[in-house]
Design a protein around this ligand. Structure first.
Ligand SMILES: NC(=O)C1=CN([C@@H]2O[C@H](COP(=O)(O)OP(=O)(O)OC[C@H]3O[C@@H](n4cnc5c(N)ncnc54)[C@H](O)[C@@H]3O)[C@@H](O)[C@H]2O)C=CC1
Ligand SMILES: O=C(O)C(=O)[C@H](O)COP(=O)(O)O
Length: 376
């Protein structure tokens, strides 16, 4: 069985090596001829999976995408061809939630004031939005959710309309899929008109898909609104972000908000489980054995920590300023953008760091934030 895999998917040899011959390819440039004799195709978000890619293949048994987003996959076409498909819902949700939380702590530190005093609007309350909400709740930050689809589906949490939240929030964090149809499409959800409604001194974070914000309009609005603070992990026209936009952004990264080692491992593992199901095999590999140990054995807290110290703790797990710095230097063209993503291996989740305390300090809320608590 030939298993064609995006070269940026870690742990494929460990997980899929026993199921067939693993062949690694560039997902960005994958073509129909290369896919023609594959039995299994495993992609990431940069591969458009559609008729043009698959028409020459008559033997494909399974397509998997190690991502949450599915906007790159023509699922109707796969269904018409009876080709089973799986993605990895939630695989990197914790990574995205922690990324947005850390970015907010960075902005608070950079511009004065405390994150704890801000009001946060989370637009899209699925896996990544909820992961951010969990971080904010653990730290005691006031947040509200906007998700008309979940509100209609009977989700018992309190929901608000986007316009209500634009009148309430200091910070808006976007966590929606990219959709062009339906009652609540998200393509250009933040067009010029809506961007103009951002409250004074607002922070706007986009960790979902670049095209949820009209990036040209954002350049125009930001050019006349110096008060706005921007965190962009995703860009219209990836892998070529608009060069004029990057200097206007406080924290700029190349679509790596979900790139914790844990999140990537979970993504590959979820596809391994799905393929095993499809083949009628019991999965034998273990997810936890894939991850390397964290470089810090643990941290002992001797007193309660303030926001600056919390940021220090977070930075010891993942320092977003490093990615921002490299991105501005190397990531601005397609090759640099993709190279940075390909070589991104340094990020862990809060759970990688074990925290102990001496008794004078309180660590329960840090456990809720995601750190591993090891008691006193
Ligand atoms: N930057 C990155 O590295 C990553 C980006 N993503 C992107 O983030 C998106 C969201 O991921 P998840 O939270 O895991 O997806 P999810 O499917 O769990 O949640 C998305 C939520 O958005 C809601 N939604 C849809 N349209 C909306 C609208 N117009 N207004 C408000 N809410 C709306 C849905 O009802 C759903 O609850 C993914 O589709 C993907 O495109 C996901 C992972 C990593
Ligand atoms: O899961 C998603 O959706 C994402 O956006 C991924 O984190 C993006 O990673 P790649 O699939 O582009 O490597």
């Amino acid at each position: 069985m030939k298993i064609l895999v995006d070269e940026n998917m870690p742990y494929v040899d460990e997980l899929f090596g026993e199921l067939g011959q693993v062949v690694k390819v560039s997902g960005r440039t994958l073509d129909a001829a290369t896919v023609a004799d594959a039995d299994v195709l495993l992609v990431r978000s940069v591969t458009k999976v559609n008729e043009a890619l698959l028409q020459a293949n008559q033997q494909l048994r399974f397509v998997g995408s190690a991502t949450i987003g599915m906007d790159h996959v023509d699922r109707d076409y796969l269904a018409r061809r009876n080709i089973p498909f799986a993605n990895a819902p939630g695989c990197n949700a914790i990574a995205v939630g922690e990324f947005a939380f850390i970015a907010m702590l960075e902005l608070a530190q950079r511009y004065g004031g405390r994150l704890q005093d801000k009001r946060i609007a989370i637009v899209g309350a699925g896996n990544t939005g909820t992961a951010l909400a969990n971080c904010l709740a653990a730290y005691g930050v006031d947040y509200r959710l906007c998700d008309p689809l979940l509100a209609q589906s009977g989700d018992k949490r309190a929901f608000y309309s986007l316009d209500e939240l634009l009148g309430w929030a200091d910070v808006i964090s976007l966590h929606v899929p990219l959709t062009r149809e339906g009652a609540h499409p998200t393509w250009y959800l933040f067009d010029e008109q809506r961007l103009d409604k951002l409250p004074p001194n607002a922070w706007l974070l986009n960790c979902c898909r670049g095209e949820v914000i009209d990036n040209r309009a954002l350049i125009r609005v930001k050019s006349r609104r110096a008060d706005l603070r921007l965190v962009l992990d995703v860009w219209e026209g990836e892998p070529n972000p608009m060069a004029e936009l990057v200097p206007l952004v406080d924290l700029a990264t190349p679509h790596i908000a979900g790139y914790s080692l844990e999140g990537k491992a979970r993504g590959t593992y979820m596809l391994y489980q799905a393929l095993c199901r499809e083949l009628g095999i019991t999965p034998s590999a273990d997810l936890n054995s894939l991850l390397p140990p964290f470089h810090l054995a643990g941290v002992t807290l001797s007193q309660n920590i303030d926001e600056r110290q919390l940021l220090g703790l977070c930075r010891s797990v993942y320092d977003v300023r490093d990615d921002d710095w490299v991105f501005r230097r190397e990531g601005l063209d397609g090759r640099g953008f993709d190279n940075m993503r390909k070589n991104h291996r340094h990020r862990r989740e809060f759970s990688a760091l074990a925290l102990a305390h001496t008794g004078a300090s309180e660590v329960d809320w840090l456990s809720q934030l995601g750190f591993t608590g090891i008691g006193s």
